[in-house]
Every structure is written in structure tokens, then in C-alpha cells.
Design a protein around this ligand. Structure first.
Ligand SMILES: [Zn+2]
Length: 281
């Protein structure tokens, strides 16, 4: 099952890869003091404790036993070579989806590629300055950080760190003032080498435990079912915010959100789930 899930996730991402990618977060470099009790003004986002040698930690889902919370995440994919497609009218953004999230008051985490922020700076700024959302890092170019990742071009190990930093730069340039220290690997593909390459950036890698299947889906009901079947307390759901690759996502959200709330779920951002998990705040 796990294998199937992973393969499906990857397939989703590969499709997305063709579109673009989304999400960059700021990488805080300086270790901030660890307050014993976070105050309202201490806004440093929670992160997982790095592994041995500073190895980038990986987050998949929140605690299963601390209440019915679920985080919807949206990857704003745009691969570096997709500029001509955008120029010819293909929509890698999805303003209707963002509007739906606002109307339904759904806190959400957007993993934005730097390339997407370059293409849609006004939207990136609008999302990045809305307290309902948090914007995280999905690389600059949406190239894979591990070989054989659903057909994505691959970033060399010596370029991985630079690609993530370039994404943070692009996000800030677009007007995202405080990108989160979370990074989602394009295609969800990574290995120890990739985790090592990003060590010291201060990011927590964020995966997921529920694949919505929204990439290239045409049947919204099937996506809805897959999400509702998969969600458990603490789940992280991966979806996409690009009309061309995930045209049903707005409809899915408008159905899934009321249903999850009816089941007693509270929608939260990834940072909240990490905060409930991390040993360091
Ligand atoms: Zn992606």
C-alpha cells in the first residue's frame, strides 16, 4: 500500500512537474533563541530538530492522537522551462482555488516554486501576505532532487542548495515577506544525499500522507473520495494550485472542506502540525 501510495504521489508530482512547482520558504540561518514558552510576538515558525550532522529533517504528518486536525497543502508548480507555455496562455496559477479557500476560511500551506512566483508575482504577494495562508518552498525550478523522479530533469547535488536559496529569493522578490522554513521536494523525491545537500539551510522537508490525486484529474468526485478516504488525524494532504494540471481542485476543495468539518476535523496549516510534533519551538 505504501508503495502504491508513493508511486501515485510521484506520478502526481511528475505531472505537476510539467506544469510548474510552488512553494518556497525562507530559510532562517541564525538559530533563534529557544524560548521556553512561545509568546505571541515570537513568530519564528516551528521546525523539526535536524538529524545527525545537521541532516535535514523530514515531516510527513502530525500527531494522530492530538485531535482531528488536517492540513491541506497546495503545490504551485512551474518548471523552469515552462515560460513559453505560460506565455502562450497556459495557466499555471489558479485564482479560483485561492478564492475558494478564502471564502471557506481554510488555513492552508502553499508550496510555491520560485519560477511560479516569478511568473505570478501579484498572486504570490497576495497569498504571501494573507494571514490565512503560509507560503513555503518548492524549489526554484521544480527539477528533481533525486534521479529517476517521474521524468523530471534532475538538479545536481552541488546545485540543490542554490536552487532552494534561489527560490527563497524569488519568493521574497515577488512580495512574500516571510516564507516558511519548509521545503517540499519536487515529485516528493529525495534521498540521503539530497537531505545532506540541504543541511544547514534550516529547512524542514515536508512530505505528506494523503495523495489527493488531483493532478490531471478530470473526475472531481474521485479526488474527493480519495481525500476523504485517506484523511486521518494529523494528515497532510497534497494538492495543486495550477489550473492546467489540476483543473478540478477548486471543486474538490468546495466539497471536501465542508465534509471534513462535518466529521469534526479542523483545518490547519503545516506549521501547526509541525509545532505539535517538534521538540523545538
Ligand atoms: Zn510539485
Amino acid at each position: 500500500m505504501v508503495f502504491t501510495l508513493v508511486r501515485r504521489v510521484t506520478a502526481v508530482c511528475a505531472l505537476s512537474a510539467a506544469l510548474a512547482s510552488c512553494g518556497t520558504t525562507e530559510a532562517p540561518h541564525a538559530a533563534r533563541p529557544a524560548p521556553t514558552k512561545p509568546s505571541p510576538t515570537a513568530t519564528q515558525p516551528p521546525r523539526l530538530t535536524p538529524g545527525p550532522g545537521g541532516l535535514t529533517p523530514v515531516f510527513m504528518n502530525g500527531p494522530r492522537t492530538r485531535g482531528k486536525t488536517v492540513a491541506l497543502t497546495f503545490d504551485a508548480d512551474m518548471t523552469a522551462d515552462e515560460g513559453p507555455r505560460a506565455a502562450s496562455g497556459e495557466h499555471f496559477d489558479n485564482p479560483g482555488l485561492i478564492t475558494a479557500l478564502r471564502e471557506l476560511k481554510v488555513p492552508a500551506t502553499v508550496f510555491m516554486t520560485g519560477r511560479w512566483a516569478d511568473e505570478y508575482p501579484a498572486e504570490a504577494r497576495s497569498i504571501g501576505t494573507d494571514p490565512l495562508f503560509e507560503v513555503a518552498n518548492h524549489s526554484y525550478s521544480h527539477y528533481a532532487f533525486k534521479s529517476d523522479c517521474y521524468g523530471l530533469p534532475t538538479v545536481g547535488a552541488d546545485r540543490m542548495r542554490t536552487d532552494v536559496e534561489r527560490a527563497y529569493t524569488a519568493l521574497r522578490k515577488a512580495g512574500v515577506p516571510h516564507p516558511m522554513p519548509y521545503f517540499r521536494f519536487p515529485g516528493g523525491c529525495y534521498d540521503q544525499q539530497a537531505l545532506r545537500a540541504l543541511s544547514g539551510l534550516g529547512v524542514t522537508a515536508v512530505q505528506w500522507d494523503v495523495v489527493s490525486g488531483d493532478a490531471f484529474a478530470t473526475d472531481a468526485d474521485a479526488v474527493v473520495k480519495q481525500v476523504l478516504d485517506g484523511v486521518k488525524p494529523g494528515s497532510v494532504v497534497v494538492m495543486h494550485c495550477t489550473r492546467s494540471a489540476a483543473p478540478t481542485t477548486e471543486r474538490v476543495v468546495r466539497t471536501v472542506v465542508p465534509e471534513l468539518r462535518k466529521q469534526g476535523y479542523r483545518l490547519v496549516k503545516v506549521s501547526q502540525l509541525i509545532g505539535e510534533t517538534s521538540t523545538r519551538h
